[in-house]
Design a protein around this ligand. Structure first.
Ligand code: M6R
Length: 608
């Protein structure tokens, strides 16, 4: 989704804005622009396409002198991706300029009203309404104008604003779209996400909903919607700048695939103490955990897939019934919730609009909520009653890998914690689970050793039309994620099927040479899935299998086999997903796709 940066300080703003926008490229965009306040007033340059175009147009920012400005990468919602619709947007006399992330839901009504007062619009965006509305309310005091528009505008917004009358001041405000403020030496910054400011500072403020920030070179002041000053404490970001850089890898996705052993260990190790699961941030007493009768796991995309796996893990280990929901469905389906329900929201970004809405729905019904979140200080992390952080570090590639893997770990830990408290596993069993959990980082490392074999195999499928994934139980959940990894970055059509469902319709899709990837990590289901492999193979399919070491039997029915180390049946997803991530990556690479920034996708889906 859109990315925002802003700077006011002692250095030239444009190169800092461009640099920040490059760090936000992962969010997905189709046009970009910057506004810089220099000696001749506010100058705006914007262009459709990649940031490189804007970079070249402004000679790396040199053509726009001035030490304050705002910048934007736009992911089109209202109006086509073109130069006119790109942000920033001016008011009529070019004295107020705005960048925006989010959706102004009542923009048509506001536009009509403004047009009736003589305002003229030149773009198709909802954002332009904000520029004119600010103009309408502006009487010399930026804070008052901002506060007034906050009362009028419905929807979600993060805004960066400059006023010509107020040189040396950058304003920012947010509601339901992320925005942070960085306090740096010699200048201050705003941004949609931390990587954009890491080069300059690790001291960051998270702007809360309906808060306004006013930045000058040396000061940062926060206000509420009533223009009353607020005290806020900065958070020190623990990542260093290299965590958000490629470090010699061709793509962030491959780097992040390789970071998985460490990310898993960072998420796991601090939560195992003296042979027990200790989740310090969990603010639920043992009694409260015992009272839970039902869990809803709610998430989107890959995070949802980890939830599908966790249903088996929670139900198997802690014997609690679990429903897994897509957040976009949950929020509109009147779920039956009560005080014995726990709603778990899983989100890497902590800003996904549907997941956030689902969290709010659960909270509004007085239900206990728990977020499993990667981005510290994000909306879901702040609003959930409890939060368990996944310590994956910054994930830049749109296709998630290490965040997915750490979500699984957090969910295993939580399921085991419930099992521990509710006495559904013996001490001896717990010892075994913990021993196996601790082996996962090394086993992932070992599985990554299949890289070349997988790349070679992937290169045979660069022209495939369809690729299917099949499995049963947890293997079906793994298949769903394997299929998503492949299709989102390679643009090859792919679907995952519960293997037992093939005969009920989907087997008719199999043609001579179709690749079917079968996942077989659940011993009690081996034979069943193998029968399905035989069925597709006898209809011409080529079968790739991912299975546990020792299951040599599978070679009789598969044409290509990747073995993963032996682990507990509940944890196999953590290993089996590795070859599927690599497969998707190498197919996309071989097809010349922009692996980190697949078309039409955004890293953080902050609009509905
Ligand atoms: O930030 P979130 O975890 O809430 O994002 C949810 C999905 O958009 C996300 O998992 C998406 O499916 C992945 N980028 C796919 O690789």
């Amino acid at each position: 989704m859109c990315g925002i940066v802003g700077y006011v300080g002692e250095n030239q703003a444009a190169p800092i804005l461009l640099d920040g926008l490059y760090k936000l490229e992962y969010r997905g965009y189709d046009s970009a622009g910057i506004a810089v306040y220099g000696e001749d007033g506010i100058k705006v340059v914007k262009a459709r396409g990649r940031l490189k175009v804007l970079d070249e147009m402004t000679h790396g920012g040199e053509m726009l002198p001035g030490t304050m400005g705002i910048g934007h990468t736009r992911w089109a919602t209202h109006g086509a991706p073109n130069d006119t619709n790109a942000h920033p947007h001016f008011n009529k006399d070019e004295s107020i300029v705005v960048v925006h992330n989010g959706i102004i839901e009542n923009y048509l009504k506001l536009k009509k009203k403004l047009e009736s007062k003589g305002y003229e619009f030149c773009s198709d965006t909802d954002t332009e309404v904000v520029a004119h509305l600010l103009d309408y309310y502006y009487d010399g005091n930026p804070l008052t104008a901002i506060s007034k528009i906050m009362h009028r505008v419905e929807g979600s917004y993060a805004l960066g604003i400059l006023f010509k009358d107020h040189p040396g001041e950058v304003y920012a405000v947010r509601k339901d779209s992320p925005l942070i403020v960085g306090r740096a030496k010699g200048g201050n910054l705003i941004a949609s996400d931390v990587p954009a400011v890491l080069k300059y500072t690790r001291s960051v403020y998270f702007i809360d909903n309906e808060e306004i920030a006013k930045l000058t070179r040396d000061t940062i002041t926060f206000y509420n919607i009533d223009e009353e000053p607020l005290q806020k404490t900065p958070t020190e970001i623990a990542w260093d700048i290299t965590a958000a850089e490629k470090g010699g890898y061709e793509y962030f996705m491959l780097k992040e695939i390789y970071e998985q052993p460490k990310a898993i260990a960072d998420t796991l190790n601090p939560r195992i103490k003296d042979g027990r699961i200790v989740i310090e941030e969990l603010k639920m007493s043992d009694d409260e955990m015992r009272q839970i009768r039902k869990i809803f796991i709610v998430a989107c995309g890959s995070a949802y897939h980890t939830g599908v796996t966790s249903k088996y893990v929670f139900e198997g280990l802690a014997r609690i019934p679990v429903e897994v929901d897509l957040a976009s469905e949950f929020r509109y389906r009147s779920p039956i919730l009560d005080e014995q329900t726990l709603v778990i929201i899983i989100s890497q970004s902590g800003e996904t609009a549907d997941s956030l809405a689902a969290l709010r729905l659960a909270k509004s019904q007085g239900v206990r909520t728990l977020g499993i979140v990667n981005v510290v200080g994000s909306s879901i992390a702040r609003e959930a009653d409890n939060v368990i952080y996944t310590w994956a570090g910054p994930e830049i590639a749109v296709a998630t890998t290490k965040a997915y893997s750490t979500q699984l770990i957090a969910e295993y830990l939580l399921a085991l914690k419930f099992a521990q408290v509710r006495g559904t596993v013996t001490d001896e069993e717990m010892e075994g689970y913990i021993r196996e959990l601790k082996m996962i980082p090394d086993q992932v490392e070992l599985t990554l050793g299949n890289k070349e074999k997988i790349q070679k195999f992937a290169n045979r499928y660069l022209a495939a039309k369809d690729i299917f994934f099949i499995g049963r139980g947890i293997d079906y959940a793994i298949s769903m994620e394997g299929s998503l990894k492949l299709k989102e970055i390679s643009y090859i059509h792919s679907d995952a099927y519960a293997a037992g469902e093939l005969k009920h319709g989907t087997i008719s899709l199999i043609e001579e040479g179709t690749l079917v990837t079968a996942v077989l990590t659940q011993e009690e289901l081996y034979k069943k899935t193998m029968s399905n492999m035989v069925e597709v193979r006898s209809r011409g399919a080529f079968v790739m299998a991912v299975t546990n070491t020792g299951n040599q039997e599978v070679e009789k029915t598969a044409d290509f086999v990747i073995y993963i180390p032996q682990t507990n049946k509940y944890f196999t997803n953590s290993l089996a997903i590795i070859p599927l991530q690599l497969f998707g990556y190498y197919v996309a690479l071989g097809r010349g796709c922009d692996v980190d920034k697949p078309r039409n996708l955004a890293k953080s889906v902050t609009v509905e």
